[in-house]
Design a protein around this ligand. Sequence first.
Ligand code: OAD
Length: 237
Amino acid sequence: MRLRIAVLTGAGISAESGIPTFRGAGGLWERYKLEELASPEAFRRDPKLVWEWYDYRRLKIKEAEPNRGHRLLASMEEEFPNFTLITQNVDGLHQRAGSKRVIELHGNIWKLRCTRCTYEDFNYEAPLKVLPPACPSCGGLLRPGVVWFGESLPIDALEEAYRAAKASDVFLVVGTSGMVYPAAQLPIEAKERGAYLIEVNPEETPLSPYMDTCIREKASVGVEKALELIRSHLQRA
Ligand code: OAD
């Protein structure tokens, strides 16, 4: 049987690369006010402040390296012909670890998008020379290519993620608090269609009650255990 595997990752997969998560102890939303930094209103009010925060995060991400959890997920793409990786992360570490196909639900921090014209492109400079950066095409204000609170998710990515979730035999959830929708709906959809659900997270989450197996480990260890479970047990089922 060709096992169809879908994976949803969140900030926890990058925690061991030194990138802070959003919620929980030491999380970004403990120190910063979400509504002052990650919303269209915040950007309208103070684009420079918002850009300073994103520029700082870009720098931290640039200095970071993908970890074992990212690399194991990249190896799963090679091992299983029917494999879909969905992430809420904007850091691009899955791609740097070797994942070729990544559905990015919340955009990508390396993408810059013009607020005036249709310009958008990747820019890996960190720190940026001028904040806020200007559009090389029309001089308009550039914004980070991420999804802010109150904004819609990219429709193509969301549809593709739903398709993969609904078709999956195994749905693996790694390092997400399961608090942000619609991403958190994906494992629930998968479960309703009969998928086997596995969670890798040191903490319990609102998604835990839906799980068939909870692996209470950090991603570097937990993804390996999930992989063993899939190989030894589920693949034979
Ligand atoms: P959160 O910060 O909400 O949750 C991170 C989860 O990772 C928690 O459940 C932790 O227990 C878990 N965790 C911590 N260290 C871990 C490790 N080493 N291995 C595995 N798990 C670990 O992050 P997300 O669920 O990704 O939205 O947050 C969802 C969205 O909320 C983000 O995409 C972002 C944020 O606001 C946008 O930017 C739109």
